[in-house]
Write a protein that binds this ligand. Structure first.
Ligand SMILES: [Zn+2]
Length: 681
């Protein structure tokens, strides 16, 4: 049997040949890739010659090529196009991979070579980038247990493997709860919903062969329109209930037990490494540095956000009463009345913008910004295949030179997890000649019926820009070593390139690109004015739902978990006086950031940390009086987008901005600075 992972890829730029990759190829490809990598690494550790940067660090950087090739394709497929068969492979492979890395990180011969280099790092004559990579390797090994005693290693390895299995199970459980529950809805139950939401719900009913005109699932993209627009309160309530109970239904997909195990294992892992908590361990390798620094920022924003939300609640309650709702305001009412309140206060109906925000135009606008800031052009390559018919591919060029491939996968479908994310099939590096990156953006927009354009909400358009910002961080990367390429930076810095990019969506020359789907007219000036006026209309709510989730994350990872998941969550929310009408953005049992892998564990605050940087950073363009100011754009390119992990991140920011970030920019961005405070400052 031929296996494309064992062959050269004769595709343009050696892009993955998805038309030939099948589920059955992964298991044997992983086994072979892990064996190859193991042999390479063992040889590096057993080298009789004294360690040098070249024969140790550079050799490690060159090892594992097949493994990377398999893993990068596999991880996107298990997230965006999975199946029962692929999930079974995933459960098996995740253990093999965890065991493999344990063996590498806990190999004393290998680590002693790295440590000798690290101790002599000042005398090796390394350039700053190589020195940074050496430091990074040393830290990676130490953080993965290289300095543990012989006795501790066995238990540590066990924990890492167990956590890998639990993370996979957590993600698969959430997906199952989202896909196994479908609510049939009648014409009357859809009252209040705009056409785009009706079309999507009708499509779901057809797809799922439901004997009703409409159907929705408890996935975010399906639930949001119901919560915003359904006039039937009982419909909002039942859909809300299913949405917040994902992973907490007491069925085979229930994640409560999984969370208890994950939290306990992480605490034990941190203790073995000498940290007082998992949060302390995680944040030691971040810009924030300590859980206290992260928490201080969350608390600084929390009070202003909650006050704002409480004032809005009064207004929403009054509005609900005036519309004849006798019952008190509940979580499933908030979005519905917030829409009406915004309309009353600002005369701004978000749906009025939708006909202008065609997905195609929004993608083009995100390319336009990349062209204005960084001189990039994007050309479709229909001959390069994706892993699903909806996936599209562009070739990215600058000054006549191809710098990467960009894959876009925009529509929700079964087998794809909720949310939006950027990943890659190959990262930029120059270690063995120029290797261009293959970058992927994945979103979950509702697919329109055949032949109709996809129309986005303002929030969804922002998501396109956000993921494009991450994408550019990968595409513009200009480093030698794979370990520090593109988005391989600390977690609380990684949202800077993505979040700062969102600001350009609302720049005048960008908004001018959006024309009405039927009339071709640009967005009327007065609609834009109302949009700008309403920009921070709901930031109280947004701040509360985000910051409460970030505090919950910190508490899971910095204190002992007393009682069940439900009890712990409630105790945390009580401790911060969470308004009862607002729910966590992500409740524990479906909080993928925290528990489906450890990437954002004790790291959900990162979005806010990065927002301090992006709000302050974008003001540099405002101060220059031009959203595309060439000099500011060049510094943004040189020190942020192209720099990967080349240097310390606070220093990188200072080089871009000329000073440290000012946290007030974030409060201004969210409209949480009072007039008096502004006058003082
Ligand atoms: Zn992001």
């Amino acid at each position: 049997m031929t296996n494309p992972f064992f062959e050269a890829w004769n595709t343009p730029y050696e892009a993955p040949p998805f038309d030939r990759i099948e589920t059955s190829h992964f298991q044997p490809a992983f086994v072979e890739a892990l064996n190859q990598h193991k042999a390479e690494v063992v040889a590096i550790g057993a080298n009789g010659a004294a360690p040098t940067f070249e024969n140790t660090i550079a050799a490690l950087e060159r090892s594992g090529k097949l493994l990377r090739r398999v893993e990068m394709v596999f991880s996107q497929l298990t997230s965006a196009a999975t199946s029962d068969a692929l999930q079974a492979v995933e459960r098996e492979v995740v253990l093999l991979v965890a065991r493999h890395w344990n063996a590498i990180f806990l190999d004393p011969n290998l680590f002693s070579r790295i440590e000798r280099l690290y101790d002599a790092r000042g005398e090796l004559g390394l350039d700053p980038e190589a020195q940074r990579v050496l430091e990074r390797y040393y830290l990676d090994f130490v953080r993965a247990g290289a300095k543990l005693t012989e006795a501790e290693r066995g238990r540590f390895a066990e924990i890492v493997e167990h956590l890998a299995a639990l993370g996979t199970q957590f993600g698969q459980n959430v997906l199952a709860d989202e896909q196994e529950t479908v609510f049939p809805l009648s014409e009357a139950e859809m009252d209040g919903l705009p056409d785009f939401a009706r079309a999507a719900a009708a499509e779901t009913a057809r797809d799922r062969k439901i004997n009703a005109p409409y159907a929705v699932t408890p996935s975010r993209s399906s639930v949001e329109p119901i919560l915003h627009f359904a006039t039937d309160r009982s419909v909002r309530e039942k859909i809300w209930d299913a949405f917040v109970k994902r992973g907490a239904n007491g069925n085979k997909n229930d994640n409560s037990q999984v969370i208890e195990e994950i939290v306990a294992l992480r605490a034990e892992q941190a203790r073995l490494l000498g940290y007082e908590s998992y949060a302390a361990y995680k944040l030691a390798d971040s810009m924030a540095g300590t859980p206290k620094a992260a928490r201080d920022l969350l608390e600084e924003v929390w009070d202003g956000g909650r006050k704002r939300a409480e004032a809005d609640r009064e207004a929403l309650e009054a509005l609900a009463r005036s519309k004849g709702q006798a019952e008190p305001l509940e979580a499933w009412d908030w979005r519905f009345y917030a829409e009406k309140l915004r309309l009353a206060r600002y005369d701004f109906d978000e749906n009025a913008l939708k006909p202008y925000l065609q997905l195609e135009k929004v993608i083009d606008a995100s390319f336009f910004v990349a062209q204005k800031l960084f001189g990039l052009t994007f050309a479709p390559r229909e001959d390069i295949v994706g892993y699903h018919p909806d996936v599209r591919v562009w070739e990215v060029a600058r000054a006549g030179k191809i710098i990467g491939l960009f894959y876009g996968d925009y529509f929700a479908r079964p087998g794809k997890r909720s949310g939006a994310w950027m990943t890659s099939f190959r990262d930029q590096s120059k270690l063995d000649g120029e290797q261009i990156p293959f970058i992927v953006n994945t979103c979950n927009f509702v697919k329109p019926p055949e032949g109709q354009p996809a129309l986005l909400s303002l929030d969804e358009a922002r998501t396109v820009f956000h993921e494009m910002g991450h994408g550019l961080h990968g595409l513009l990367s200009d480093v030698t070593y794979p370990r520090i390429s593109g988005t391989s930076v600390v977690r609380d810095f990684v949202e800077l390139p993505s979040q700062i990019y969102e600001h350009w969506l609302e720049a005048a020359p960008v908004l001018a690109q959006f024309t009405h789907v039927e009339t071709g007219e640009p967005i009327p000036e007065e609609l834009l004015e109302r949009m700008h006026a309403a920009r921070t209309a709901n930031t109280g709510f947004e701040t509360v739902e985000f910051v409460s989730s970030a505090i919950l994350d910190m508490d899971y990872h910095s204190q002992p978990m007393n009682g069940s998941v439900a009890e712990f969550e409630k105790a945390v929310l009580d401790s911060i006086n969470m308004p009862r009408e607002i729910a966590l953005r992500h409740a524990s049992t479906h909080f993928l950031h925290l528990f489906a892998g450890d990437g954002y564990a004790a790291g959900y605050y990162s979005y806010l940390w990065s927002e301090v940087l992006d709000a302050d950073g974008f003001e540099a363009f405002e101060e220059a009086g031009d959203p595309f100011d060439a000099e500011t754009a060049k510094r943004l390119h040189d020190f942020i987008y192209s720099a990967g992990g080349k240097r310390d991140f606070a220093e990188a920011y200072r080089l871009f901005r000329g000073r440290d970030p000012d946290v007030k920019a974030l409060l201004r961005n969210r409209g949480l600075v009072t007039v008096e405070a502004d006058a003082e400052a």
